[in-house]
Ligand binder design. Structure first.
Ligand code: SF4
Ligand code: FES
Length: 243
């Protein structure tokens, strides 16, 4: 199988695509294919990974124009366009010469600056979580904060977020509005808003209502389709908007 991979000679943009022939074995993931290329053909190819088991959120990339985790995507399953995302240029315009019938196209996730090849700068994505103070605050820090299984169940979906940024990179609003905090941050607002141990729901809602937050979301729902963990950030944003 041929892999067409985006490269960045200058460091901050895609400068060209390199073609590699990968010896595909049964059960091989896209991440395995990248290891083979790096080990046998091109040690300079840069990509990010850690857990190899879909829990660290490091290996996000655009695979045949769909935002996916490389460690969770089997080479044999990369066919066509299954997510049916609302298009915007980075996910709808392929490079010259790419033949989806015989090649797998690998590119860095959109909406973030490229550092090298498939590695993007996620600083802004993480910084927003800190600036919005997306954590649980209690009036009495010394008191144990007990949570029942039922209360935990309410936030289960949102707790599963692995901060992979696939929602952020699939969002047409993030593509054009740099200031938008993005779907993951707003899903986290809802996660802490609904957390029975949290005593400051008002502050969280106020944060989400800022001009760079929920008001910018058009409920396009690309984030729901792209999320590999079923967090469905768009649903959380709809709830925030309803409030
Ligand atoms: S909400 Fe889903 S897609 Fe977005 S960062 Fe969390 S796990 Fe990734
Ligand atoms: S390597 Fe951790 S999510 Fe893919």
């Amino acid at each position: 199988m041929m892999f067409r991979i985006a490269r960045s000679r200058d460091g901050d943009s895609i400068t060209h695509y390199d073609l590699y022939k990968v010896d595909v074995k049964k059960g091989m993931t896209v991440l395995d294919a990248l290891f083979q290329i790096q080990d046998r053909m091109d040690a300079s190819l840069s990509f990010r990974y850690s857990c190899r088991g879909a829990v660290c959120g490091s290996c996000s990339m655009l695979i045949n124009k769909e935002p996916r985790l490389a460690c969770r995507t089997q080479v044999a399953d990369v066919k066509g366009n299954n997510m049916k995302l609302k298009p915007f240029p980075a996910i709808s315009e392929g490079p010259t010469g790419w033949n989806p019938e015989i090649e797998i196209l690998i590119e860095p996730i959109p909406n973030m600056p490229i550092l090298k090849d498939l590695v993007v700068d996620m600083a802004k994505f993480y910084d927003v979580l800190e600036s919005m103070k997306l954590w649980s605050e209690s009036e009495d820090e010394d008191k144990p904060r007990v949570q029942s299984p039922e209360e935990r169940k309410k936030i289960e979906r949102y707790v599963n977020c692995i901060l992979c940024a696939l929602c952020y990179s699939s969002c047409p609003i993030n593509a054009v509005k740099e200031e938008y905090v993005g779907p993951a941050a707003l899903a986290k607002v809802w996660r802490f808003h609904e957390d029975s141990r949290n005593s400051d729901q008002k502050r969280l809602l106020e944060t989400a209502k800022q001009s760079d937050g929920a008001p910018l979301c058009d409920l396009i729902m690309n984030c729901v389709k792209a999320c590999p963990k079923g967090v469905a950030p768009g649903g959380a944003i709809r709830k925030i908007k309803n409030l």
